[in-house]
Structures are given as C-alpha cells and as structure tokens.
Design a binder for this molecule. Structure first.
Ligand SMILES: *Cc1c(COP(=O)(O)O)cnc(C)c1O
Length: 373
C-alpha cells in the first residue's frame, strides 16, 4: 500500500459509504479512464467477473465457441464455461509469448469454412507484456469477431505508446492481491463503447429495471466493487508508476546477475510493448544449463524462497481435456523450462542478490561465467 489508500478509506468510513457503489467507485472508474484514455469503465468485484460480463455482452452463449490464449491462468477461460460455450485454445508466438495471430487466422478461416465463427477472441498480456494487437485486430476485423483483452497482468504497460487495456473492443484489469496494484480483490471492465459499459453496470447490479419496485427482465449478478475497496484502488492507481519502476528494477537486476549464464534466457521484449514486468521470468534449458527449472525452484524453496513455474497451458489442463486447440508447441515448451522469479515491488537489492546467488549456485553452467553486476 502507498499513503493515499488509508486517507481514502477513512473518507469512505466518515461518509458511511460502505456499499457496492458510492463516490469512490465513481471516482475510481473516472481515474482509470483518465489513466488509460478509455471512454468508459465499470469497477467490478474481480477480473474474472469482468471477463464474464464481457463475454455475455458480446453475445457468447450456450453452444458457442471462443478462441482463447492457451498460455494463461484458468480465470481467462473459466467464464467461457460459465456461458455454456467452448474454448478453442490458441498457442503462443515467440516474440511476446502471447496468442499467435497466425494461428488465430488459421482457426477463423477453418471455422468460417465449417459455417460457424467463434463469438469472441480472448487475448492475454502474459506477465505484463502486450500481445500483437495490430495484427490481431486486423484478423478480427476481417472476420468481424470481437477481441477481448485480458490485461489482468498488464496494467501500467503500454502498447505502441498507448495504455494497456485499450487494444481490444473491451479490456479487463484485475486488482487481485497478487497483481501489480491491488484492492485485495477487484476488477475493471473498460471500453470505448459507453453503451456496453452501461449494460455491464446494469448486469453487475442484479439487472434491476428502472422502476420504483424490484423489476427484472433478465438475470444479473452481484459483481460490483465495494466503495471501500475502490478507495484503496484510487490510492493504488497513484503509486502504479512507482510499482512499475520497482518491477523494472527487479528485471534489470536479474538480467545483470543471470543474463550471461549459459542456458538461461529471459522473456523476450516484443518491439510493440513496454511491459510492466509484473513478473520476471527466466527459461532454463537443462541441456546447456546443466540443471532444470525444477532444480532451481527446489534450491530456492530450500532457502524459504518461493518461485513458480509458468502457467501450465490450458489445453494441457484436465478440466479442458478434449477441447479443440491450434498448437505449435511453443506454450508447452515454455511451460517445461519456465520459472518466474520473486518479483514483489518491495524486494530489496540485498534480497535480489541473495536470490541470484542461489540460482547461480544451482546452475552448473554458472560456474564458468561471472556475474556482470
Ligand atoms: C489474475 C488473472 C485473472 C483473474 O483476475 P481476478 O481479479 O483474480 O479474478 C484473469 N486473467 C489473468 C491473466 C490473470 O492473471
């Protein structure tokens, strides 16, 4: 937490606005619009709720199909199931590790030939780096299929100078506790389509028709963010640039300390994106490093330090077994060798150096190379 969060929370208490709406919710939405340049935004209980509303508002329903990046957290795809639709998983390209536009084009061409196009495409900005949106949007336009940008991990990143979250027809952010800024739990749906965001607000508050009594013509959800949590979000938005700078410092330190170790490579930097470096991620090639990512993970664990494998691709998850997928093998390979290093905004230089020495000690290939820093 920064400083303003507590000030805003006290204000929420003083005004007795402890409800899933209120002045902080409105202000948080306005400020996210200012920060990103989006025309409208709706604050929600979670990023997952935002994806769910996006899919429902784009008309995804039972029996439909949705194209979805495979290299991501399950929360990206679960809302497809909530709608009774089926995901079709798309592999990663090598420049940003995000959804491969070539495979998207292949899938859409095949689906058109079969007579039924998917209702939507969900792209994910993996670990804070944006997908190849110009290429994706061109493909989406060709087939008139809307793009949902799951920017849960990439708030504060940019795509060709534009704030992340604005590259699809709708974008979503997450303010879950593990993200770069947090409201403990929370999310945001944003779009330049103000009508769509109005509809999201309606569905997120139990779909109450405008009437003095309780009147419902459709079913809704209890998905709105509390005024207290929005107060936290407003403070967090103010420290976002500092948080991004802290994550960049983590990445730079790890690159300096591990960049020259044979068999270790970092997530590539795509020309179109400036990542927020939510997580610093390395690939460990066991053949040239002399140890596997699991060896390194366990070495860190023995010292009480948590690191994590990359997301296990969704097409390999038991819950999604049997789902249709367009694969090149990239995501599976990245999962096999990938390790996300400790990346908290509060990491000190001393802590980073300790992590680097443990990683180097676990890698036989590091013995022949000296640390740059
Ligand atoms: C965290 C995350 C979500 C879910 O957000 P919640 O706010 O936790 O519901 C969705 N997609 C991705 C890629 C995420 O990392």
């Amino acid at each position: 937490m920064g400083h303003d969060e507590e000030v805003f929370i006290r204000e929420a208490f003083a005004s007795n606005w402890i409800a899933p709406l209120g002045p902080h919710v409105d202000a948080f939405e306005r400020e996210v619009c200012q920060f990103t340049g989006a025309k409208a935004a709706c604050a929600l209980a979670s990023g997952t709720a935002a994806i769910h509303l996006a899919l429902r508002l784009l008309g995804v329903s039972a029996g439909d199909e949705v194209l979805c990046a495979t290299l991501t957290f399950a929360a990206t795809a679960n809302p497809i199931l909530y709608q009774g639709a089926s995901p079709i998983f798309i592999d990663s390209e090598k420049q940003s590790w995000n959804i491969d536009p070539t495979l998207v084009a292949e899938a859409l061409a095949e689906k058109r030939r079969a007579g039924k196009l998917p209702k939507a495409i969900i792209a994910v900005d993996l670990l804070g780096q944006c997908a190849d949106y110009d290429t994706l949007n061109a493909v989406c336009a060709e087939y008139s299929v809307p793009l949902v940008q799951d920017a849960a991990e990439s708030i504060g990143a940019t795509y060709k100078g534009q704030a992340s979250g604005r590259q699809g027809r709708v974008g979503i952010f997450s303010f879950n506790g593990n993200k770069i800024i947090t409201t403990s739990g929370g999310g945001m749906l944003l779009s330049d389509d103000e009508t769509l965001i109005e509809q999201a607000r309606f569905l997120a508050t139990q779909a109450r028709d405008p009437a003095p009594h309780y009147q419902h013509s459709t079913y809704g959800y209890n998905y709105r963010l509390s005024n207290v949590l929005a107060a936290i979000g407003r403070g967090q938005l103010r420290v976002l640039p500092e948080r991004v700078a802290a994550r960049h410092a983590n990445e730079a330190a790890y690159r300096a300390g591990l960049g020259n170790v044979p068999g270790v490579s970092f997530m590539p930097t795509a020309s179109w994106s400036v990542s927020n470096h939510w997580l610093t991620h390395i690939q460990i090639d066991p053949a040239s490093a002399g140890a596997s990512r699991e060896d390194v993970r366990l070495a860190l664990e023995r010292e009480g330090i948590e690191s994590r494998p990359l997301w296990k691709p969704l097409h390999l998850q038991p819950i999604f077994a049997g789902c249709h997928a367009y694969l090149s093998g990239v995501a599976k390979q990245l999962f096999a060798n990938g390790l996300s290093l400790p990346s908290g905004s509060a990491l000190t230089e001393l802590e980073r150096q300790r992590i680097i020495s443990i990683v180097r000690a676990a890698l036989p290939s590091a013995k022949s190379s000296s640390s740059i820093s």
